[in-house]
Design a protein around this ligand. Sequence first.
Ligand SMILES: [Zn+2]
Length: 279
Amino acid sequence: METLFNYFENITSQHRSLILVGGLTLFWLLEGALPLFKFKYKKWKHAVPNIFFTLTTIVINFSLAFLLVETSDWVQENQFGIINWIPNLPLWAYILLGVLLLDFIGAYLAHYVEHKVKPLWMVHLVHHTDHHVDTTTANRHHPLESVIRFVFTLAGVFIIGTPIAIVFIYQSLSLIATQFSHANIKLPNKVDKILSYILVSPNMHKVHHHYMLPYTDSNYGNIFSIWDRLFGTFMKLDPKLIVYGVDTFPDEKANGKIGMLLKQPFHKYRKPTSLNASK
Ligand SMILES: [Zn+2]
């Protein structure tokens, strides 16, 4: 456990890039072998805007990373934050609780707020206007969304009191988890279901990418599914019935162009239509 802690405390950017590229390659290959949907699309062409937005996310996170380092140094020096206030926590529990709570504040809560606050929804929309969800969709985030998510993670580090090693463990797990849950792969139904009791499984997250409400506003989780189960935002939908995208932004061509996507947050506010209301 200590070795793991020390490794992440000093993880190099090369190793972090390796996790990103390695995960993307692994799931890309699995998508060929075990596809959930047999998309008729040009995989590389589809990947271009998504990789562009992955790169902007990296640049933003890299430029702001010093704030995470400074905050985690400060909370450690001052023994501030939830996990530092609990006495006699063994190291494994300290790490687990830190990662769990970072997943709650930095991902679940950030994502929930992005769906509920109108201007933030318009920013997050870029992630949802992908008509072919696959592993490259994982980091299809408008640069403004990357900043929003960073702010939540930073607040999480402060409130939870995580040292930088836990922040890096969380970020690495979060990256693999999101590439996995977006991947266009079909696991055996039982495996997917059992997995979804603890982690966000591929089938669970695909429900979130359905083009109409109420499904769009469900399954916000990133690594752990427990937050959705705990807060009543967990929903199921047969993958066969899922249609990707947002029904109020149906222009697939525009949704695949970097320039149009960069401008998307500045459109007039449009929520997806509710299935119940349209009946
Ligand atoms: Zn969303």
